[in-house]
Design a protein around this ligand. Structure first.
Ligand code: CA
Length: 229
């Protein structure tokens, strides 16, 4: 039973979130501010954090940033709740390290879908290969098999695919992808990301698997083989 920590200062919303999550079979811890959340996390790391953006004292955004600077919490899935539908704000949330965001008001169904997506995130690369449907990526040999045939990707497209497949259901901004795939190459700009995404999609399209790469308007890209989101 995964444990979800809900950080929300508004009592009614906090209780509603907890109620919905408990009913869906999760164990829930509640916190009304960052210091309470911090204390709970230091006792035991939850499987997922849902954090409001606007909180008294330290904001959710600052809190997520702080958590991500802790090596032990780098992989903790985090969903931000935001009342802001402003795209820049969403990107900011993702850039400090949130994995996804939910804009208020949201339905219970949307909440549970996003929670589920974060909790079923792909295993790490320690496994030597990963298969989704008829797409298989071997992390040691860099071999990519699609419907029984090897497909040949450029080195950047391979790195993108490997990154996506090991970080499924998360939204990445172009800047995040630049940092993670291209490392410190300052020569490339964000349009480069689009170019390589296009190439990767084209390579995957022979089997219709390009649909796994979702363009999230105003935010970036998400790789997901669950089209429901
Ligand atoms: Ca709030």
């Amino acid at each position: 039973m995964p444990t979800i920590l809900v950080l929300e200062d508004e009592k009614a919303l906090r209780d509603m979130l907890a109620f919905s999550l408990v009913r869906a079979g999760y164990q829930v811890l509640k916190a009304r501010d960052c210091s309470t959340a911090k204390a709970l996390i230091s006792e035991s790391i939850p499987d997922l954090l849902i954090s409001d953006w606007m909180l008294p004292g330290q904001s959710g955004l600052e809190f997520v940033k702080e958590l991500r600077s802790d090596e032990a919490l780098k992989e903790l899935p985090i969903i931000m709740l935001t009342a802001k539908s402003d795209e820049d704000e969403k990107i900011l949330g993702l850039e400090v390290g949130a994995d996804d965001y939910i804009t208020k008001p949201f339905s219970k169904r949307e909440l549970l879908a996003r929670v589920k997506a974060q909790l079923r995130r792909a295993p790490t690369k320690d496994d030597s290969s990963l298969t989704i449907g008829e797409l298989s990526v071997n992390f040691a040999s860099h071999e990519v098999i699609l419907q029984g045939n090897e497909i040949h990707l450029g080195p950047t497209e391979y790195r993108l695919l490997e990154y996506f497949i090991t970080h499924q259901n998360r939204v990445f901004s172009r800047e995040q992808l630049l940092n993670r795939i291209w490392r410190n190459n300052t020569e490339v700009d964000e349009r480069t990301v689009d170019v390589h995404i296009r190439r990767l999609r084209k390579a995957l399209s022979v089997a219709g698997y390009d649909k796994f790469i979702h363009t999230i308007r105003g935010a970036g890209y998400r790789f997901s083989h669950k089209t429901a989101l």
